[in-house]
Design a protein around this ligand. Structure first.
Ligand SMILES: Nc1ncnc2c1ncn2[C@@H]1O[C@H](COP(=O)(O)OP(=O)(O)OP(=O)(O)O)[C@@H](O)[C@H]1O
Ligand SMILES: [Mg+2]
Length: 456
């Protein structure tokens, strides 16, 4: 795909000659005559590199624009160009994050070299970020129960094959974690696993999200965009919450999964891909098929290898180990080291954990924050468990109280939202669609919000 370069210069002849030369070199270019217009374009389009003039007439100068660009797009390389550059300005620009500094009159060889270096650098930076992210997110399936041992065996067996997997299990059991574990032991582990949360994307955007779109194909499509299928080519596509996809989208997905070919929205070129699909759902798809909400043919296509993630209450012997490892992971968040008494584990093992490991994780976090002592006792666990709202477990009336105590408006608003939504969710038996209707929020928006507030 062509790299897109934004030229910000108030002199039209310079814009024209630069864009002519860059297009001959195989780049896409867009031009702006002022910093304000340029910054607007960066927000609207996918820009890979920016050429920015320092002197831009009477409006915002290039140096100020550089600061603004770096604030919002720290990873996009910016090359400064200037007619009256001094060493001082060059140093100042580099300090502000410019990748390079080139003086006018422009030597086109120098410009092209600087652009290629800038693009290479940002690509390496991105690879590095990705690598770090995958290391940080290394899937660690904690547990020593026979059920978890069997789950690990299944993952090890299926991961190296190219088989498609349907991961099933209740809320918060660890389906996403299983998908990450499969990815890490697969032959595509060096490539990122591309995730699509089918429940979180509004119906009208799902096609463009999955297949990408061409510039101008609909209002708001200011630039062409690669879809998730494209991005996952040669690797893994993880379709999370597959049971929440509309029948219309299911039909489209099925065709693409079968043919491994598709067209971008507004495009007529057929793109062939080779993707391995992992899908996850907490819905009973057989029941959804009966009700006419899910296509049987799609189910059979996805369900090549089914993996069932067990409920936490069916493997309570894992609770001490999980509680310890979750407590340990809080050290990263700056919380102090704590431990549980043996009786504290016993109390936790008697609870039914309808929200599974996610509920346990939120519960442990709450205990770690609210119990000042280094040792967390059985009675503390009982008290806190007594307060637990089933599912949506992170929220309790403490959130509302905390909202009154918070000084920061944003923090207070967040705590109130959490308390309110947890209640409404519990009243609606955790049905997001019903809750969305009741509180008057669009379903996908509510879903995102619940994820952010860690209520699901
Ligand atoms: N066996 C496990 N060991 C350690 N952590 C786990 C385990 N299972 C789940 N978790 C943690 O519990 C949380 C919820 O897991 P995950 O998001 O994978 O669940 P899910 O099944 O996809 O949930 P949902 O259906 O709500 O999307 C995550 O923080 C995850 O890291
Ligand atoms: Mg999930």
């Amino acid at each position: 795909m062509k790299k897109r370069i934004l030229i910000i210069d108030d002199e039209t002849p310079i814009q024209e000659s630069l864009s002519g030369i860059l297009e001959d070199e195989g780049f896409d270019t867009v031009c702006a005559s002022s910093a304000e217009d340029g910054i607007k374009l960066i927000h609207e389009e996918n820009i890979d590199l920016i050429l920015l003039d320092i002197w831009l007439g009477d409006n915002m100068d290039g140096m100020t624009a550089l600061g603004k660009i770096k604030d919002s797009f720290p990873h996009t390389p910016v090359i400064m160009i200037s007619g009256h550059g001094t060493i001082e300005t060059a140093v100042q620009a580099t300090r502000k994050g410019a990748f390079d500094f080139i003086e006018k009159p422009l030597s086109y060889d120098k410009i092209i070299l600087a652009i290629n270096n800038g693009l290479k650098f940002s690509q390496l930076e991105e690879e590095n970020r990705l690598l770090k992210e995958t290391t940080i997110r290394k899937a660690n399936i904690t547990g020593k129960s026979p059920l978890i041992a069997a789950l690990r065996d299944q993952i090890e067996m299926v991961a190296p094959s190219d088989a498609w997997v349907l991961i099933r299990g209740d809320h918060g059991t660890g389906k996403e974690l299983v998908a990450q574990a499969i990815h890490q032991s697969s032959s595509s582990s060096k490539k990122p696993m591309i995730e699509v949360n089918c429940a979180a994307i509004p119906e009208e955007l799902i096609e463009s999200e999955l297949f990408g779109h061409e510039k101008g194909s609909f209002t708001g499509a200011h630039s062409s965009k690669r879809g998730k299928f494209d991005q996952a080519n040669g690797g893994i596509l993880f379709l999370d919450e597959i049971g929440d996809m509309s029948l219309k989208t299911q039909a489209k997905i099925l065709r693409i999964l079968q043919e491994q070919k598709f067209e971008r929205v507004g495009g007529n070129k057929t793109i062939s891909v080779n993707v391995r699909v992992l899908a996850a759902t907490n819905k009973n798809l057989e029941e959804e098929i009966e009700k006419g909400n899910f296509r049987a043919d799609l189910f059979w296509r996805l369900n090549v290898v089914p993996i069932n993630v067990p409920l936490l209450k069916d493997r309570i012997e894992d609770i001490p180990l999980l509680a310890d490892s979750l407590l340990l992971s809080l050290l990263d968040k700056g919380l102090k080291k704590k431990r549980f008494t043996d009786d504290a584990y016993k109390v936790m093992m008697q609870h039914s954990w309808p929200g599974n490991v996610r509920e346990l994780r939120n519960f442990i976090e709450r205990l770690a924050i609210m119990c000042p002592e280094e040792t967390i006792t059985a009675s503390q666990v009982s008290v806190f468990l007594g307060q637990t709202v089933p599912r949506g477990a992170a929220a309790d009336s403490n959130d509302a109280m905390a909202a009154y105590r918070a000084d920061d408006f944003k923090e207070a608003k967040k705590l109130f939202e959490k308390e309110f939504l947890a209640k409404k969710l519990a009243e609606n038996d955790n049905n997001i669609t019903k809750t969305a209707e009741l509180v008057g929020i669009e379903r996908s928006h509510l879903h995102k919000k619940l994820k952010t507030l860690e209520l699901i």
